[in-house]
Design a protein around this ligand. Structure first.
Ligand SMILES: COCCOc1ccc2cc1OCC(=O)N(C)CCCNCc1c[nH]c3ncnc(c13)N2
Length: 278
């Protein structure tokens, strides 16, 4: 039995592999059970060839380094990693209710209580990250998972911090980029306030606020903060007020995350436990 001091060296024989949980850009994720402890985990398998080809190995190392030190109920745990000849394996906390965006697609949009509960959880997770000088966790629905009790988990699939160098025209969406990133000026933790505002809007309306067919139109709508609230579904003015205080062009004037947690809409709608029971 290895002591906690020396890092346990994992290998594939330590796990029984279960059903696939999905496939991402760089690899597959499987349900797995660590044999000795019977602990259920998610195992993400990345192909070294693909990592090399996309020049993301060092970025992945950085992402693993950051994620393995984060401990928060709303951030998916990274327990460890190992590799063999061809693959890198990430040992991750298993989120039993899967990807939030699939749930959002199914419901079209979330209730104000559900949206506020998720936004409060994300704000707390981001406050924790900023406290550890980690920013830009790239919170968009695709990066959010749901635990067995309905709690939100930022899985932050890691490419955000690097892909923005190429302004994500290649693979990710622009919808979540704040003006300072679209105009590629330096950015700080306030980018996460913007993304949280975008996410809050998308939870309530089912579409992101600056969506457009053409990238160029999305760019323009973001830099001009062309924020419009559709008449349907009906959304409270308190919710619109919070969103309007987060989607502000001047990053220093965005509502700080701890203030967002005190906003009336959050106080009146978010479940304090961060759990939304469907
Ligand atoms: C560099 O990589 C950093 C870590 O990236 C991930 C960590 C955990 C992930 C998925 C990750 O990347 C994205 C990805 O592969 N997909 C979008 C396809 C699979 C979706 N997962 C579905 C899923 C369901 N229950 C889960 N419990 C834990 N993790 C999961 C899932 N997925």
């Amino acid at each position: 039995e290895s002591t906690t001091a020396e890092k346990k060296r994992w290998n594939l024989n330590d796990f029984d592999i279960g059903k696939p949980l999905g496939r991402g850009k760089f690899g597959h994720v499987y349900l797995a059970r660590e044999k000795r402890s019977n602990q259920i985990v998610a195992l993400k398998v990345l192909f070294k060839s693909q990592l090399k080809q996309s020049q993301v190995e060092h970025q992945l190392r950085r992402e693993v380094e950051i994620q393995s030190h984060l401990r928060h109920p709303n951030i998916l745990r990274l327990y460890g990693y190992f590799y063999d000849q061809k693959r890198v394996y990430l040992i991750l906390e298993y989120a039993a209710k899967g990807e939030l965006y699939k749930e959002l697609q199914k419901c079209k949009y979330f209730s104000e209580r559900r949206s506020a509960t998720y936004v409060a959880s994300l704000a707390r997770a981001l406050i924790y990250c900023h406290g550890k000088h980690v920013i830009h966790r790239d919170i968009k629905p695709e990066n959010l998972l749901v635990g067995a009790q309905g709690e939100l988990k930022i899985a932050d699939f890691g490419w955000s911090v690097h892909t923005f160098n190429r302004r994500r025209t290649m693979c990710g969406t622009l919808d979540y980029l704040p003006p300072e990133m679209v105009e590629s000026v330096e950015h700080d933790a306030n980018v996460d306030i913007w993304s949280l505002g975008v996410l809050c809007y998308e939870f309530l309306y089912g579409v992101p606020p600056f969506e457009a067919i053409e990238h160029s139109d999305t760019y323009r709508r973001i830099v001009h903060v062309d924020l419009k609230f559709p008449p349907k579904p009906v959304v409270s003015s308190a919710a619109k007020d919070l969103i309007s205080q987060m989607l502000v062009k001047d990053s220093s004037r965005r509502l700080p995350l701890h203030k967002a947690l005190e906003h009336p809409w959050i106080v009146q709608n978010a479940d304090p436990s961060g759990i939304y029971r469907v």
